[in-house]
Ligand binder design. Structure first.
Ligand SMILES: [Mn+2]
Length: 246
């Protein structure tokens, strides 16, 4: 791995299940799927999985039942998302990212239930509410973000983190920034920070991503905040604070 100064190889070797590596390496056309109402973690993970599948010589399709919100339009590759399957798609591996059930994938999984049930599957997720029920279900509640896991998968697959002109590292960093509120939530562990350090070393624009995801608001939202804040009231000797909108 060519990440300058940060070697995540040992961490990746002890973390990534062999069956996940084998299935990715063996796939010719990966169907990488985000959950409905997508956020930066499921989007970053799916975009990264597509890049990894292509780096390994295969093809990849990114799928989400909903359109990607404009907030995430800065991520290179979001235009590749489809909201339904290609009827002629010769998919041979289903990868669920940041979700583990058809219910969470949403309507596109209901409409294509037989394909979703029959394709060989890899699940990569960090939600404790989802328990693995197959060896290829990689569910790690100790990860702050699915993108933390996919970064280690990239390392394990031998794909440099600066692959695709920085698009891989930026996508993965977006998911970690989103799910940790830029390392402010208690889910950010030493492993999260080590992975993030590797992504920054590979060129991920951490500060720019944090600004876009957490410190930029549409003017309509700022006006709404203003209205809420200007009507603040307190009760219970300051222990309760509340406001009204209407
Ligand atoms: Mn997540």
């Amino acid at each position: 791995v060519t990440t300058p100064g940060i070697d995540l190889s040992a961490l990746a070797a002890e973390t990534v299940p062999a069956v996940v590596v084998d299935r990715l390496r063996g796939a010719r056309h990966v169907l990488a799927v985000s959950h409905e109402h997508p956020d930066a973690d499921t989007i970053g993970a799916v975009l990264a999985i597509c890049l990894l599948a292509e780096a390994l010589g295969g093809r990849a399709t990114a799928l989400c039942t909903d359109e990607v919100p404009p907030l995430y339009g800065f991520l290179e590759g979001v235009d590749r998302y489809r909201t339904d399957l290609d009827p002629a798609g010769d998919y041979d591996l289903l990868v669920l990212a940041d979700c583990a059930t058809a219910e969470r994938v949403g309507d596109v999984a209901v409409r294509n239930a037989s394909l979703f049930a029959s394709l060989p599957r890899v699940t990569i997720d960090h939600h404790a509410s989802n328990a693995p029920d197959a060896p290829s279900d990689w569910i790690d509640p100790g990860a702050a973000a699915t993108c933390e896991l996919v970064t280690l998968l990239a390392v394990r697959l031998g794909v440099p983190l600066d692959h695709a002109g920085g698009a891989l590292a930026a996508a993965l960093m977006a998911g970690i920034v989103m799910d940790t509120a830029t390392f402010a939530h208690p889910n950010a562990t030493p492993r999260t920070l080590a992975v993030a350090a590797g992504l920054v070393a590979a060129g991920a624009p951490l500060s720019d991503i944090s600004r876009r995801l957490y410190r930029t608001k549409p003017d309509a939202q700022l006006r709404l905040f203003g209205r809420v804040l200007s009507r603040l009231q307190t009760a219970g000797a300051g222990r309760v604070i509340w406001s009204t909108l209407l």
